[in-house]
Design a protein around this ligand. Sequence first.
Ligand code: FES
Ligand SMILES: [Fe+2]
Length: 441
Amino acid sequence: MNSPPQGFQGYFKTGTEQEDAELTHVGPGTPCGEYMRRYWQPVAMSEELGELPLAVRLLGEDLVLYRDGSGNLGLLHRHCAHRGASLEYGIIAECGIICCYHGWHYANDGTLISAGSEAPDSPIHGRVVQGAYPVHEHNDIIFAYLGPPDAIPAFPVYDTEFMPDTERKTFSITTPCNWLQVYENTQDPIHVLHLHARSSGVQFGVASGVDQIIEYQETPLGMMNIQTRHVGEHVWTRTTDSILPNGNQTGAIWEEAEEAKSMQRCSILRWMVPVDDTTTRTIGWRFFNKRLDPRGQDNPELVGKESIDFIGQTADERSYEEAQRQPGDYEAQVSQRPIAIHALENRASSDAGVARLRRLIRQNIRHLSAGHDPHRPDFRGLPFISTYCQDTVVQWPGGEASTEDDLRAHGRRVAKAVLDSDHLEPQPRERFVEDEVTDKP
Ligand code: FES
Ligand SMILES: [Fe+2]
C-alpha cells in the first residue's frame, strides 16, 4: 500500500492550472455560451424595469432592456449601431427607443425606424440594424432568448407554477463567481449536512442535518438527486431537480418530515444565469403555501432584489466576521475562486452528483457543437412541463430498524414513481406516487 503524502507540500502545490473553459465560459461563440443561448434565460425581474432603460448583462453581452410607450419590451445591444453611444441613455418612444446622441430610432426588433437627421431615402435605412433579442415576460420575470432566431424554443412553463393556494415572490441574487459553481451546489446534497447543519449550526430544517442515503438519477429534464433518511418514525425522500441547462427546483426550506405525505412540491424554481464568466444572477420564484411551510417559518417580505428569507445567500446581509463564523452558500461558492479550477480539485465519492451534472452539461454542449439540435423539454400533451422535485414521507414499518439497503431501495421506489407519473396531472400524479410507495396490507 502506498504511504500517504508527506506534509508541508505548499511549495509543490502552486500550479498554474486553468479553469475548464468548455463548461464555464459563456461569451458569444464559446461552446457553453452557444448551449446557454438555445434556451430562454431570465434577464431581469419585472419590478426592476421602470420608466428608464435598464443596462443589463447576460452571457457576457452588454444589453439594454426597456418597456416602450406602448408597453412592449425591447432588449437591444447596448451600444448604438451608429457610433456606439449607450442606449441606456436613450429616449423611450411610443414604439422602440431613440439614441440620445444623434437621434437614431430603433424598433424593438432592432430595425431602424429613422436615422436622426439623415434623409428618409438615405441608404443607411436599408443597411443598419441594431442587435436585438426576443423577450417574454412571465409571472414578473423577463426572459430573453439570445440564440439564432430560427431555433427559438417554445416558452417553457412548469407544473410547479400551478400549485394551488400558493403565493409567489420573485427574487434575484448576484453572486460574484462563475455560474457553474452556483448551479452544481444543488447537486451536492452532502454540503447541506456539513455547511448548513454542522459548520454553521443548523441553518435550515433540523431534519436536513440527519445522515442520508444519496443517489442520482437522470430525468427527461436533466437529473435529480434522491435523498432518503430516517426522521423518527418516518422515512423522508427528497428529489431535487436540475432542469438543464441552468434551472433548479428545491423542496421546502424548513422540511421536518413529521407526517406522511407524497409529492409535496418545491419552494423555489430558479435559474443560475451567467451574467458573464465571473458573475451569476440567480433569478426565480420563491413559493409559499401551508403545505410547504406548516410552521410559518417562511418570510415573503424578505424575498426580492438581492434578498431571500434564508441565511447565507447574499453579499451584504452580514458582516465579514459573522460570515466567517457562520458561512453560507454564498461564502462557500464565491470562495471557490472567481472560476473554480476543476484541475485542482480532489473529487471524492460524495461528489458523484457534481461530476454527473458536469458530465451531462458537457455532453449537451458537445451534442450541440457537433451540429445536433439541443434537447427540448416535452410537454407530453399537458399544459406544462412535468418536473421531478418533491418530498415524500412515509410512516416506516418497524421504526428506525432498517438497513441502508432498505432505505436505498425505498428511495429508488419513490424516484421511480415520480418519474413514471410524469404524464399525469398533479392530483392523479400525487395519488399514483402515494399508491406506489405505501406498503399495502
Ligand atoms: S451614436 Fe447613437 S445615434 Fe449616434
Ligand atoms: Fe446550500
